[in-house]
Design a protein around this ligand. Structure first.
Ligand code: AMP
Length: 655
């Protein structure tokens, strides 16, 4: 399909919306209770005038990014800002840099040397502080250990670790020597982990023995054992043993491939020369769900990624080297890469992080920690806000949150009720602001968002950030008029956008194929007359469960690996806290008894295979699935029936 920029907006061809999506779009046109930007916050905002910045970026994109590239320390200056031939785009050509020099060395060489870079708190209250100086030592020592094991520039290292300082140090150690890290969320199952190790061709896996969740010690090592058993391409498995508690059986090593995280560092130097990376060399691969069951290895390039995240940490998240900043995300997600690790550390901030869920051991734990550490800025997900809301406003009211001036939310639509609640009860004490922002694994920082210099319109994400050329288009790629729903596209590559899909450039081209020359984000959006965008959800078969992207194809594929299953279909249904929950429909093989253990066994299988986040909350056993004449399963039909909408006539559905 090609776009026609001259097409009359009135003649827009509406994409295939469901009734619920149409209702959500029309609800956005009603008057909204806007939230003005607090004057005091606007006065100290990094961008004094976002309109001027946006206009500068629009008129002279190259000049704009040349200027932003000064935020980064280069080992060799770049010769050219960019070369853009969509879908391909290259940035800061000829430039050499190392991400860890930006995130560590330049602070160690300044008055920030003994400042806290990381403050980490475990679920059980264990606490550790890492100064920039300590981060330098520990990163370099582990980088040297990796080198000693034969890891070289360009090699892939899979990291299967929870949000711990050692997880962050492992990421940075890879970046130090030019190895490409690929963090797999330490809640994913063995099949999900194995497919990522295989696809990336990783020769080293670094894991932790346990993670902690809601008071339970969850073993990770057996999942790694199962994932790597038949993979002879994996040369080393390095295990961070988190220390056993009384009564625990310590993790012992049986395989000659296995090493202890600290043993491999024995005798290694605390200095490691940073590898000069070409601006276009990959910094990391991060897998995400697509519409096929095969994980998609999103590749981010060192230079553009660092310039983008370093700029946005300041310009969007307002992070400075005087702030204590907390992101409740995890290193397993893009937010963790960009705005737990690289963005805030490049600024020289103090990153506060905590392993565990934000309402355990008590619903007050988040606010107690904010008060105790004096957290200034927070980045969280709408699902967390809704969860805090369910515990009541009296919980945050019991703590001193006067320092907490900004809460940024992303990952899924921030519903107006949650937005207003957070504005009143979480940043009410400081008179600060709650801001929404939209981006994806593929685009490593905010593209749309509300800045503390203009009013927030709950239900809408905000405006394009400087440098981002975003539009809402119809099914033919023509821009739609204000207030009309369409598909979200980015019309000009950004330096912090993916360069390719690992090992599958053809798959990368798909992003740009639906509308030639434009990047199709896969989301349904609406723009209002003042340029505010609302993002309503995915236009494809991808679900968003508690801010996590899960492909229906991934869950269907997992169910099909269960011996009882003949066919499966998976849909996302609205959920008041998680945004969406997963429902699966399954046809069992002939002769399989539909006993009471069947549904439990199916859920257990998906949990083992993909992990708890991808486990269906409901499984319905059926005799058949609705299909088109050519045999394609019609998930839309199943969803419409579940939502009480008119599913239409199956026999007339086109293939
Ligand atoms: P992920 O790549 O896992 O971060 O998921 C990205 C997807 O999450 C986007 O394509 C959107 O569907 C959704 N998303 C992220 N941020 C927002 C937001 N602020 N509002 C609405 N949807 C969002």
């Amino acid at each position: 399909m090609t776009h026609d920029p001259t097409a009359a907006p009135g003649g827009a061809v509406e994409p295939n919306f469901t009734d619920a999506q149409r209702a959500a779009i029309s609800a956005l046109s009603h008057d909204e209770a806007v939230i003005p930007a607090p004057v005091w916050l606007a006065r100290q905002a990094y961008l004094a005038n976002d309109n001027v910045e946006r206009a500068h970026a629009a008129q002279d994109p190259e000049g704009f990014w040349r200027e932003k590239a000064k935020l980064v320390e280069w080992m060799r200056p770049f010769d050219k800002v960019c070369e853009i031939h969509p879908p391909d785009h290259r940035w800061f050509l000829g430039g050499k840099l190392n991400a860890t020099v930006n995130c560590i060395d330049r602070h160690v060489a300044s008055e920030r040397r003994l400042k806290a870079a990381l403050i980490w708190v475990g679920e059980d209250g264990e606490e550790h502080t890492f100064t920039y100086n300590r981060l330098y030592r520990e990163t370099n020592r582990f980088a040297n250990a990796l080198k000693k094991l034969g890891v070289e520039k360009g090699d892939r290292v899979v990291i299967y670790m929870p949000l711990t300082p050692e997880g962050i140090i492992t990421m940075l150690a890879c970046a130090r020597i030019g190895a490409i890290h690929s963090v797999v969320f330490a809640g994913m199952g063995a099949q999900a982990l194995r497919s990522r190790i295989v696809d990336s061709g990783a020769k080293v896996v670094v894991c932790s023995d346990y993670t902690f969740r809601r008071g339970k010690k969850l073993p990770l090592k057996p999942t790694v054992d199962e994932a790597v058993r038949a993979l002879y391409t994996v040369e080393h498995v390095i295990v961070h043993r988190r220390g056993s508690r009384p009564g625990d059986a310590p993790v012992t090593f049986e395989s000659e491939r296995e090493h202890d995280f600290y043993d491999v560092q024995d005798g290694r130097s605390i200095h490691c020369v940073p590898e000069p990376m070409d601006a276009e060399d990959p910094l990391f691969i991060l897998y995400t769900s697509g519409t096929t069951g095969k994980p998609k290895g999103v590749v981010h390039a060192t230079g553009g990624y660092l310039v983008g995240t370093s700029y946005l940490a300041r310009a969007f998240f307002q992070i400075s080297d005087r702030d204590i900043y907390w992101s409740t995300s995890d290193i397993g997600w893009i937010v963790g890469h960009s705005f737990i690790v690289y963005g805030p550390l490049s600024v020289g901030a103090t990153v506060f992080c905590r392993e565990g869920v934000p309402d355990y051991p008590t619903p007050a734990v988040t606010w107690e920690l904010c008060e105790r550490f004096g957290v200034d800025l927070m980045f969280t997900a709408p699902t967390a806000v809704r969860m805090w809301m369910s515990h009541g406003a009296e919980v945050p009211a019991g703590y001193d949150l006067h320092k907490l001036r900004l809460i940024a939310c992303a990952g899924e639509p921030l519903n107006p009720e949650a937005h207003h609640w957070a504005q009143e009860h979480l940043v009410g004490q400081s008179g600060g602001m709650v801001v929404d922002n939209w981006w994806q694994t593929e685009i490593a920082g905010p593209v749309l968002g509300t800045l503390p210099t203009f009013e927030a319109r709950p239900g809408k994400v905000g405006k394009p950030l400087p440098g981002a050329d975003v539009a809402v288009v119809d099914a033919h790629g023509a821009p739609v008029e204000a207030g009309k729903g369409g598909l979200l596209v980015i019309r000009r590559p950004l330096p912090y956008m993916l360069r390719t899909v690992w090992g599958d450039h053809e798959r990368y081209r798909h992003y740009w194929r639906q509308f030639e020359g434009f990047y199709a984000a896969g989301d349904i959006a609406v723009r209002d007359a003042d340029g505010y965008f609302a993002v309503l959800g995915r236009a494809d078969d991808v679900m968003n469960v508690a801010g996590h992207r899960i492909g229906t194809a991934d869950v269907e594929g997992s169910l099909l690996r269960h011996p009882a299953v003949a066919e499966s279909a998976v849909i996302g249904l609205p959920d008041p806290v998680k945004g969406e929950r997963i429902k699966a429909f399954v046809v069992v093989r002939a002769g399989v008894p539909r006993g009471p253990g069947l549904v439990g066994s199916l859920k257990d299988h998906v949990r083992q295979d993909l992990g708890p986040i991808a486990t269906p909350s409901e499984v319905e056993i059926r005799d058949s699935l609705p299909k088109t004449r050519s045999g394609k399963i019609v998930r839309r039909y199943l969803k419409a029936v579940e939502l009480g909408e008119d599913p239409g006539d199956l026999s007339t559905l086109a293939d």
